[in-house]
Design a protein around this ligand. Structure first.
Ligand SMILES: [Mn+2]
Length: 299
């Protein structure tokens, strides 16, 4: 009887990608756990308890603490750990089944290590293999802050996608598509429900952190930083009666933009004065105009 592949990965984009790599390159049956540093030792303890000598244990983009590493080392089951986090490098270096993959991210490091050990992408054609490699390169550019990489923008987009889907569901999408960009674009259509739910939560949280300012013309301004759902955030703040703002400014440093929204004041005119434009109710200043932000006074 053959054993089970037990996979433990970090619960972020790199971990989800590493989980997909592990699933695509190993034999069934498989079990995948996504975890954080708070829960990794607990999950490893459980795997240690449940595993048999025939199992293959794969841990990637995260490393458990010293006691859990000792317990893994004492197991008869084959274990492969790949991590790139500097903080646990000494621990990783203590065991010959553990690989410190930096400068490669966890997922790319795992892909290279499994390949080195003779594992293959089972049943994948050339396009699927190259899709996965391109996908891993984008994950790597994002996760290791490689700002010069041509894949960096794609990596940022993948990270947002992973945030919407959550790591487990995103991993499954990668397993089905080998990270193909066409398929990932299609997956956006499945996102409506997830996004609508997330937007509402996100906008409600933005209301809690809004700062009230006064602009040069004496208007009461609700200022908030938000990288997503700018319109929903704007509407939520305008609708919050207790804030009584004349207009809202959503600052998005990711895209260097200020979004202005109002139902009382002509924000198009205000934006135009600072090099932007738009309509009475919705306007934008296309690059973050420090002059405008500096002109605001605390209330
Ligand atoms: Mn990572």
């Amino acid at each position: 009887m053959t054993g089970k592949t037990r996979i433990i990965v970090h619960d972020d984009l790199d971990g989800a990608a590493a989980g997909a790599v592990a699933v695509l390159m190993t034999d069934p049956p498989k079990e995948v756990v996504h975890c954080s540093y708070d829960t990794i030792d607990w999950h490893v303890t459980e795997v240690v308890y449940k595993s048999s000598a025939e199992d293959l244990i794969i841990i990637a983009d995260i490393c458990p603490g010293p006691d859990a590493m000792k317990r893994l080392n004492a197991l008869p089951a084959k274990t492969i750990l790949v991590d790139h986090h500097e903080t646990r490098r000494d621990l990783v270096d203590m065991y010959d089944w553990a690989v410190y993959s930096s400068p490669d991210c966890g997922a790319l490091g795992l892909y290279k290590e499994l390949t080195r050990q003779g594992y293959v992408l089972f049943g994948a054609d050339d396009k699927q293999k190259s899709d996965l490699e391109h996908f891993l390169s984008a994950v790597d550019a994002y996760d290791t802050w490689d700002l010069d990489s041509p894949d960096r923008t794609r990596g940022e987009w993948l990270n947002r996608l992973c945030g919407f889907f959550r790591a487990r569901r995103f991993r499954r999408i990668i397993e089905q598509s080998f990270g193909s960009i066409e398929h990932l674009r299609m997956s956006l259509f499945e996102l409506d429900d997830v996004i609508l739910g997330n937007q509402t939560d996100y906008a409600a949280k933005a209301v809690d952190r809004v700062q009230i300012k006064r602009d040069g013309e004496g208007y009461r301004v609700g200022l908030v930083h938000a990288e997503q759902h700018r319109s929903e955030v704007g509407h939520a703040i305008l609708g919050a009666r207790s804030l009584e703002v004349d207009y809202v400014v959503v600052v998005d440093w990711m895209s260097d933009a200020l979004s202005l929204r109002s139902s009382k004041v002509d924000v198009g005119k205000i934006a135009a004065r600072w090099g932007g434009g738009g309509h009475g109710g919705a306007a934008g200043i296309p690059t973050v105009h420090q002059g405008y932000l500096d002109s605001l006074e605390d209330l």
